[in-house]
Design a binder for this molecule. Structure first.
Ligand code: IVH
Length: 678
């Protein structure tokens, strides 16, 4: 007979541990430290080891147990697991809504303002957990909807899955099937793939596959090593309890100890649904899990029953899907574009395909190494991915679909524009055309010169630049300033008026400040920010052009590689010639930049770069900027590795995440005031 004091302590420990697991895994709000939790857990383990006859199946120590299975056993769900019809866009959603309203009216419902529940559509793996007398009895995959696979041993290893219902789950059904989605958090997915790559094992294509692979392990210890999580959103068979609404189901799940997604919300009417959908679309990237749409459910369960299903798809619910961010298409050819510095950039011509709501027919391919690593071949069917507003990427070829006619890629050894033998830059993956007269380089340099962030010459686009080069009207950027309206007016589709406008725009660009002129020259490694730093230090382009590499490298924020590149550029007689012709044309080459009016040289913040984000409690943006500049600091728009401080207020933007990633120190207003006070 067991000592009642021991049984009591075991009960207490289990209660305590369950409570803290619930706080930690389900509510995400722990009450004790990890060490305190570990102490309870260890005490329980030791006590159970001493009294094995007192171990219960729902003890927190019993999540990972049992031997590897020879195979999975099939189980029949007590109630079928349904699926969902899709709405691919707003029109389809509105059509579904209109049909539903009609059906509700036919069913005699006064259908105005019918409440709906909107849930994220988790991109994971559907599971059904059967609790008998409050204890987890069976955990199963969806299978074909009627019969799934028994993965109970694996489900038990997921820490947020209750092994027993909390007594707060009232009413307390003797049998209930709880439905939800198991997933692998994105961070865990990335880590898992890194580990697999390092171990030479095949990686998972996406978090969904990784979750599926992890749940369908015959050895539960493997599953336990993968940090799976779950969200719960429904019930199947329930013995003796009627839930009036979907909201009441969700509330019961919360009470029972299940993880219910905190973003679930109510909606009424199609417009409300569409608005919520857009919110999800904007915020999905912030989540730690993939969602592929929003599930819209009629709240009233009795009405759900009346409406029924078409096949497996209930009439009362729909999956309002986001446009897919991946697609498959054919890689037609790999082409080369020669950049302004002569780098050969491969790019892919694709069979046009819609991905993430836009039609894509080109993708950048970065460099030769990238193409080799992915083993991309002309003619391959490839997976394209476009996340948010990012440029489309080719993820991988579908090698299974190869016919044998695909052509592997080789970087040309001659420049496709001028035929000069290319050179490989040591320690860089890039291949360059060394010919300073290469027509492609000329054309790209001029296009950079006129672009918005450089000289911003309105009306001189890529086509016009190429046309002017072709006709021999210009040879480089300086030539633009000699073009006469009459020469332009003769060009195809250009009237006198637009010719005059273009010449006016070219003329107006002469007033651009020296740092813009420097950036427009297109010196390798000199972007807008570096150009600003260099002009700040040397005052003018002419002064910089006379500096030694060592002097340039003394500029705060400018390293030896950039300095060497700048120095080399100005040593080239062609570039010196370009510079003097630009000066003749009237550009600010020798003219010094207007001195920073603040007279703050030598202030305590000299050389320090700040970025502001969010709303500060008492300072306006303007005031904060003035405060920093008055002490010699600079305020720039975007966070980079060169940023010294990010000043953060209420509702910061993406700059915060970027600063955290780069390890940029973060200040609030008070911190800024301290710094300024020295
Ligand atoms: S309800 C009422 N709710 O989507 C119909 N399903 O295409 C039963 N899913 O098999 C599903 N999140 O794997 C429902 N909040 C959610 C969901 C969800 C993801 C998955 C589930 C289901 C599939 C249907």
């Amino acid at each position: 007979m067991a000592d009642p004091a021991i049984s009591q302590r075991l009960d207490e420990l289990r209660e305590t541990i369950r409570h803290h697991e619930y706080r930690y895994y389900v509510l995400d709000s722990p009450e004790i430290s990890d060490a305190e939790y570990d102490a309870f857990f260890q005490e329980l383990q030791e006590l159970e080891a001493a009294h094995p006859e007192l171990v219960t199946a729902d003890s927190p120590t019993q999540r990972v147990g049992g031997e590897p299975l020879p195979g999975f056993v099939q189980v029949r769900h007590l109630e079928p697991m349904l699926s969902l019809a899709n709405a691919k866009n707003e029109e389809e959603l509105k059509a579904w809504y209109a049909r539903l309203m009609k059906l509700c009216a036919d069913a005699g419902t006064d259908y105005w303002d019918l409440p709906f529940v909107l849930e994220p559509k988790i991109d994971g793996l559907a599971v059904s957990l059967r609790y008998e007398e409050g204890r987890l009895a069976i955990g199963a995959t969806r299978g074909n909807g009627d019969i799934g696979e028994d993965v109970t041993q694996n489900i038990r290893t997921i820490p947020s899955v209750p092994l027993a219902l909390r007594p707060e789950a009232q009413p307390f059904p003797s049998v209930v099937e709880v439905r939800g989605e198991v997933y692998l958090p994105l961070e865990a997915f990335a880590r898992l793939n890194e580990q697999r790559l390092a171990a030479g094992e095949p990686t998972f294509a996406n978090p969904r596959n990784a979750a599926a692979g992890s749940l369908r392990q015959l050895d539960p210890r493997v599953t336990a090593s993968r940090p799976l999580a779950a969200w719960f959103y429904g019930v199947g068979y329930v013995e003796g309890v009627e839930f009036p609404t979907q909201q009441s189901v969700l509330e019961w799940l919360r009470q029972g100890g299940f993880r219910v997604n905190p973003h679930i919300r109510a909606a009424a009417g199609a417009d409300d649904i569409v608005e919520a959908f857009r919110w999800w679309q904007d915020h999905r990237a912030d989540l730690d899990y993939d969602i592929d749409g929003v599930v819209v459910k009629l709240d009233n369960r009795q009405l759900q029953g009346v409406l029924g299903a078409v096949g497996r798809d209930p009439r009362w619910a729909v999956a309002f899907k986001f446009p897919p961010t991946t697609a498959q298409t054919k890689l037609l050819s790999i082409n080369i574009n020669v950049g302004r510095t002569g780098v050969l950039n491969p790019w892919a011509l694709l069979e046009p395909v819609e991905v993430g709501g836009v039609t894509v027919e080109r993708a950048t391919l970065h460099n030769e190494e990238d193409i080799k690593r992915k083993d991309l071949r002309e003619g391959d069917i490839v997976v394209l991915q476009r996340a948010g507003d990012v440029i489309p990427q080719i993820v991988a070829p579908l090698t299974d679909l190869r016919t044998g006619l695909e052509k592997p890629f080789h970087m040309p050894d001659k420049c496709p524009s001028c035929g000069t033998a290319v050179v490989r830059v040591p320690r860089e993956v890039a291949v360059r055309c060394p010919n300073p007269d290469c027509p492609a380089k000329r054309s790209e340099s001029i296009k950079h010169f006129v672009s918005k962030s450089a000289m911003d010459i309105d009306g001189v686009g890529e086509k016009l630049v190429d046309r002017l080069l072709e006709l021999g009207l210009i040879k480089d950027a300086a030539g633009l300033y000699l073009v006469k309206p009459g020469q332009l007016a003769n060009l195809e589709r250009l009237g006198e008026k637009s010719a005059a406008n273009i010449v006016g725009a070219i003329e107006a660009s002469k007033t651009r400040p020296p740092d813009r002129v420097l950036f427009a020259l297109g010196i390798p490694h000199v972007g807008a920010e570096n150009a600003e730093l260099l002009i700040e230090r040397f005052g003018s382009v002419a002064e910089l052009s006379r500096a030694s590499a060592e002097e340039i490298a003394e500029t705060p924020g400018i390293g030896p590689v950039i300095a060497a590149s700048v120095h080399e550029f100005f040593r080239d007689p062609r570039n010196q010639d370009l510079l003097s012709r630009l000066e003749e044309a009237g550009l600010k080459i020798s003219e010094a930049a207007e001195a920073p009016a603040k007279g703050a040289e030598g202030g305590p913040l000299t050389g320090k770069t700040f970025v502001l984000t969010g709303t500060l409690p008492s300072l306006s943006r303007q005031e904060a900027t003035e405060m920093i500049e008055a002490r010699g600091g600079r305020v720039t728009d975007s966070v980079s590795a060169k940023t010294n401080y990010l000043v953060v207020g209420e509702s910061p933007g993406s700059k915060l995440a970027k600063a955290e990633k780069l390890g940029v120190p973060i200040l609030d207003e008070e911190g800024l005031r301290h710094l300024v006070a020295g």
